[in-house]
Design a protein around this ligand. Structure first.
Ligand code: 3UK
Length: 505
């Protein structure tokens, strides 16, 4: 038998960490002992409400110390928490609440208005618990947990039993319920957490990516809790200033961000390198980290960023740079715990440095997609999971990202990776962000087109020509964007990925 709550909470208490802070948000601190008690109260509350093993509850909550109480409390009781993205709109919540058939919704008071219109429309939903201020007469989390026993006989779940769900958003279509088994979190902690990050009990972690995102969930729970470390939480939007203040004031040792945030911090003059000496390593995921951002970050802040690729389907990062082996502009190398292959269009492994789709094998893979047999079969092929990402592997074993399978296009018969052109563009000092898509010219021939967000202080009489020349020099003659549109922002998914399909045409 294996239950995550016992491994990540009770084991730390048994090892004497009862008084040690597990989670610190701007208002409260929750120790490992406190989390043990509160998660037992949560488990008792679910049992008292008649919410039994293997039923689902939806978790639509901001990052505060209540989040791990609800999540691990449910898991302790064998109930399955479904973590929902807090940045979505009403219709999407209606879809996910209906699709998951969650019995109870735990919702932060601040997010209540967005889901309120659908509460009566989702038949399967029996109860709403509001976390924070009393709202619309629903029971609050504090009321729910008050007077419950802090003793609970943890449910003896099987290692292969579904423990929790995430929703895989993808760039198109409805999100897909992605169930993960009890042992998946510990697997990511034993592999990426221990071998790549070298996570230690003394570490203080802060993830700008929130709990609901697989990246944030691992950064803020699996890794620190696997060794009894401490996690800092910020319920608000991670602005460059707030992130920086958090790193400094809490002496954060491990920071987890996404490329756009690293770029925004670099572009912000108020973010200065003083008082950052505790920071030993930064990680980046979600989309590829342009070499330029990593190198400038290292120059300015004297700490490396390790870029690694992960997915909701694999739960966390399965290919990464390592602190002692970093090549900026690549996703790094295979590491222990995950096997990789690059498959060509003919279904065979590619040769040499040829481009292919990345497939990954490792024990943190999801069990499939909920109620979507065709999509499950197309993605989960036995021990292999298709990523939908194109890569090349160089002779030294480093993987170079080329883009999503459906974003790649050919110019004059030669593959162009939008990511490569974007990297060239953002290496120009005037450019903050760039997205490149295929666009047909008058002769209906496909050529790169760029959408560009400029830095605040950028100027130039003929910036278009200058940027085109820059790409020609950095990336190659045929890859330069024939058209450039300057825009205020780029369309993105709720997890910050550029939606290139919206820019095509
Ligand atoms: C893209 C990257 C290049 C890639 C995630 C870390 O992003 C995560 O999960 P999602 O399900 O998206 C997966 C897709 O995102 N991607 C992620 N990281 C990189 N592309 N370089 C990278 N470093 O297209 C992948 O298929 O939202 C990231 C940990 C857990 C995660 N779920």
């Amino acid at each position: 038998m294996y239950n995550i709550a016992q491994d990540f909470i009770d084991r730390n208490v048994e090892e004497g960490l009862s008084e040690k802070p597990a989670f610190i948000d701007p208002a409260r601190t929750l120790t490992y002992g406190g989390l043990q008690k509160a998660s037992c109260r949560m488990a008792n509350a679910l049992v008292d409400m008649g919410i039994g093993r293997e039923t689902r509850i939806a978790v639509l909550m901001l990052d505060t110390v209540d989040w791990p109480v609800v999540f691990f409390g449910a898991i302790r009781a064998g109930v399955i928490p479904v973590a929902l993205n807090t940045l979505l709109v009403t219709d999407q919540y209606q879809y996910m609440l209906s699709d998951s058939r969650a019995d109870v919704l735990f919702v932060s008071a601040q997010l209540y208005d967005v889901v309120a219109p659908v509460i009566d429309k989702v038949d399967s939903l029996k109860k709403v618990i509001v976390v924070g201020e009393k709202t619309a007469d629903h029971t609050t989390l504090d009321e729910l947990l008050a007077d419950r026993s802090s003793q609970f006989q943890t449910v003896e779940t099987s290692p292969d039993e579904v423990a929790f769900w995430l929703y895989s958003s993808g760039s198109t279509g409805q999100p897909k319920g992605t169930p993960h088994v009890q042992t998946a979190m510990a697997y990511t902690a034993k592999t990426y957490g221990a071998k790549v990050l070298g996570i230690k009990r003394e570490d203080i972690c802060y993830s700008a990516a929130k709990f609901f995102f697989a990246y944030g969930l691992g950064n803020a729970t699996s890794f620190p809790m696997s060794v009894g470390a401490t996690t800092i939480l910020l319920p608000t939007r991670p602005t460059p200033q707030d992130v920086f203040k958090t790193l400094k004031e809490n002496k954060v040792t491990l920071f987890f961000g996404v490329p756009t945030l690293y770029a925004a911090i670099l572009a912000d003059d108020t973010c200065t390198p003083d008082n950052l000496s505790a920071l030993r390593l930064c990680a980046s995921a979600g989309e590829a980290l342009p070499a330029d951002i990593g190198e400038n970050w290292l120059k300015k802040f004297n700490v490396d960023i390790i870029d690694g690729i992960g997915s909701t389907e694999m739960l966390h990062i399965f290919l990464s740079n390592s602190p002692d082996d970093i090549v900026y502009g690549t996703s790094g190398k295979e590491f222990e715990g995950y096997r990789l292959r690059l498959e060509g269009d003919d279904g065979k492994d590619v040769k040499g440095g040829e481009i292919g789709e990345l497939l990954v094998s490792g024990d943190s893979a999801a069990t499939g997609y909920w109620n979507q047999r065709e999509k499950s079969r197309a993605t989960f092929e036995g021990i292999w999971t298709r990523t939908g990402d194109k890569y090349t592997r160089d002779s030294k074993g480093y993987y170079h990202y080329c883009g999503r399978t459906d974003d790649m296009f050919k110019v004059s018969g030669i593959w162009v990776s939008p990511f490569e052109v974007e990297s060239a563009l953002v290496s120009h000092p005037a450019v903050l962000e760039a997205a490149v898509v295929a666009h047909a010219d008058e002769e209906d021939l496909i050529k790169p087109k760029a959408f560009i967000v400029l830095n605040d202080d950028a100027s130039g009489d003929d910036l278009t020509k200058e940027l085109q020349q820059h790409v020609k020099t950095v990336a190659g003659q045929w890859k330069y964007p024939r058209w450039i549109e300057f825009v205020d922002d780029l369309p993105k998914t709720a997890t910050g990925k550029i939606q290139r399909f919206k820019l095509r045409g």
